[in-house]
Design a binder for this molecule. Structure first.
Ligand SMILES: Cc1ncc(COP(=O)(O)O)c(C=O)c1O
Length: 279
């Protein structure tokens, strides 16, 4: 069971492992998994093997509710966008069966190529460590077929440096978000739940006239992003035919505004001024 509102990486691995995907909708508050829909899916499907939740744009899922609904079914956290964030005071990566991070350059914790990490309960760790390295138990002994997904040393060194900055960078993202929250002439920004420490990998709003707004902002030098314009369930590769109301609504209206740690007050002010005059 995987939410449709995510990047293709999330379902891609499940499909590569030959698993069938049941798509869950997102909620309208912070775009993470709709827990009512999750409960409904589980009441209808008794053979669900795992539940994947995705922390969207730096906002964590409501993990305790998900785990209550999941019962004995393992829960996987896609924390690609929420490195350094917290759920109910616990740092991401410390409270679920398995948590996946991505260090692609568009992430708040990044390196210069790509990289990733998985933290998991001990019973998963050996299998995962072997899987990323051709299923080997010794230099030339391979117990099963895996992948070549080792993090190379150059990227690891970049990450060793970045990890010393991440708390300050996340704090800065929150500062920018709090200014946007107050100053933007719009009310459709994400309202961070009180149990979440959001790291604002993206700062997003929902708008009606997205395409023209994007063009006008681009004309005054402000780049915006649409992540993602289509739910995974509707991607050509899956084309599931499911109707996921919230996901469809969000993918049509979502817009991300500039938000990065070294943004100056002048730049933040410029975005606010232009956005408010155009929206
Ligand atoms: C929600 C989410 N999950 C997973 C990933 C993993 O991406 P990659 O496979 O490029 O590291 C991304 C990257 O954009 C993402 O946004």
């Amino acid at each position: 069971m995987i939410p449709s509102f995510t990047f293709i990486s999330t379902p891609e691995m499940a499909s590569k492992l030959g698993l069938e995907i049941i798509w869950a909708d997102c909620n309208k508050e912070n775009y993470t998994i709709d827990t009512d829909h999750l409960a409904e899916i589980l009441s209808l499907n008794k053979s669900v093997k795992a539940i994947v939740g995705v922390d969207i744009f730096g906002h964590t899922c409501d993990w305790d509710t998900i785990k209550d609904i999941a019962g004995n079914i393992p829960v996987v956290q896609d924390a690609a966008q929420s490195f350094g964030g917290r759920y109910k005071g616990k740092i991401n990566g410390t409270y679920n069966d398995l948590t996946c991070f991505s260090f692609y350059p568009a992430k708040n914790m990044w390196c210069f190529g790509d990289g990733g990490a998985v933290v998991a309960k001990q019973n998963y760790i050996d299998k995962i460590s072997m899987s990323r390295d051709h299923g080997r138990t010794d230099k030339y002994v391979h117990e099963f077929l895996g992948w070549n997904e080792r993090l190379d040393s150059v990227q690891a060194n970049v990450l060793n440096h970045m990890i010393t900055k991440i708390d300050a960078h996340n704090k800065d993202r929150r500062r920018i978000a709090s200014i946007y929250d107050k100053e933007l002439n719009i009310s459709t920004m994400v309202k961070t739940a009180d149990w979440c420490e959001n790291v604002y990998n993206q700062y997003t709003v929902q708008v009606r006239n997205r395409s023209s707004l994007q063009t006008k902002l681009k004309d005054v030098g402000i780049q915006t992003g649409v992540m993602w314009p289509l739910g995974c369930h509707a991607q050509p590769v899956y084309d599931s035919g499911d109707r996921l109301e919230n996901t469809e609504h969000v993918t049509e209206s979502i817009l991300s505004l500039p938000c990065w740690p070294l943004m100056t007050d002048d730049e933040i002010g410029y975005v606010i001024e232009k956005f408010n005059s155009i929206v």
